[in-house]
Ligand binder design. Structure first.
Ligand code: BDP
Length: 327
């Protein structure tokens, strides 16, 4: 913890200077943050965006990736990006909900039929509109593109074979009241914290389980902290997003901004191919490590979360209809 804080302070201190060009011909370093480790599809796709930008600008821009959460949890990363200390943040859309409430439609339980449906929506006009809403909001972030995060299911120390088994289990959720409401509606006890804290929380018994996709469960090592079961609830299908600090964006020429936009869209597509492979690979690895996959009827979970969709979806009935109609 202390080391992480120290690193975080150091990175923040470096930030102010690193983002500033030394002279007209000097290089601007764009610091990018991700909680996932090197090699994770999202990290690779952003690094690739950086390489293309560096080549296309003859080295005027260079991207430096800080993976593995070294620049802090996503909440802090967003704050650092808003003030321009971090230039590019790849985060879950989940953590943007408290800052840009409009995005919560995408964060609602069972709002997408499956990950393929979610992809169609983020690739099309609704996805573009939501990026624009984020950029136009007072959040000081420019939304560059989307990524796939598959679906989130429950993983626990005690088996969840029916919705009743979830009663009273303390389950870690991402930092957004919508997710705590979702878990509570399903009968568990939702506890929010940052991704980097979950491993210790599982080990010390602060929580009995959590929920995420297979690549995250594996690469975070959480599956080694007493987790035995992975129950296929698929209750959340939340896209990832990558954003640039508005402070940085506003210093770029329109031509450079256009390059960033172009390479962002390419990163969105590149991540997807890597993602599909990583879900298959990590599912196999988790099963090989002895995690039991539990198939479960999702209907009771869908029904139980109806009040959450009613609460958060009420102002967006037209948008929800358009999402449902996307085929
Ligand atoms: C992962 C997302 C990551 C989140 C993490 C979480 O890729 O951005 O930080 O979930 O649960 O799936 O916090």
């Amino acid at each position: 913890m202390t080391i992480r804080r120290h690193l975080f302070a150091l990175a923040a201190a470096l930030a102010a200077t690193a983002a500033m060009p030394l002279s007209a011909s000097a290089q601007t370093v764009l610091k990018a943050a991700d909680v996932h480790p090197a090699g994770y599809p999202n990290v690779v796709a952003i690094e690739s965006l950086g390489k293309k930008l560096e080549a296309a600008t003859n080295g005027r821009y260079k991207l430096q990736m800080f993976p593995g959460g070294v620049l802090g949890a996503e909440k802090e990363v967003v704050e650092q990006t808003q003030v321009g200390a971090i230039q590019i943040a790849r985060i879950s859309l989940g953590v943007l909900g408290p800052i840009v409430p409009d995005v919560n439609v995408f964060n609602m339980p069972f709002v997408f039929r499956n990950p393929a449906h979610m992809r169609m929506v983020i690739d099309g006009p609704i996805g573009d509109e939501l990026l624009k809403k984020i950029t136009d909001s007072p959040a000081k972030l420019v939304a560059l593109g989307w990524m796939d995060s598959g679906s989130r299911s429950l993983y626990t120390k005690k088996a969840v074979r029916s919705i009743d088994d979830l009663k009273g289990q303390k389950i870690r959720m991402m930092g957004n009241p919508l997710f705590v409401d979702t878990m509570n509606a399903m009968g568990g006890n939702g506890i929010s914290m940052g991704h980097t804290e979950v491993y210790a929380a599982l080990q010390t018994g602060v929580v009995d389980g959590a929920e995420n996709n297979p690549p995250t469960l594996f690469t975070s090592n959480q599956y080694t902290a007493g987790i035995k079961y992975y129950t296929q609830t698929h209750h959340l299908i939340i896209p990832e997003i990558f954003v640039m600090s508005k402070v940085t964006w506003d210093k770029m020429t329109p031509a450079d901004q256009a390059l960033v936009k172009k390479f962002s869209r390419e990163a969105q597509m590149e991540q997807r191919a890597l993602w599909d492979k990583s879900v298959a690979d990590y599912t196999a690895k988790l099963k090989a490590a002895g995690i039991e996959w539990i198939e479960i009827d999702t209907k009771p979970f869908y029904d139980a979360t109806a009040p959450v969709r009613a609460k958060y979806g009420a102002p967006y009935t037209d948008l929800i209809k358009r999402i449902n109609d996307t085929k």
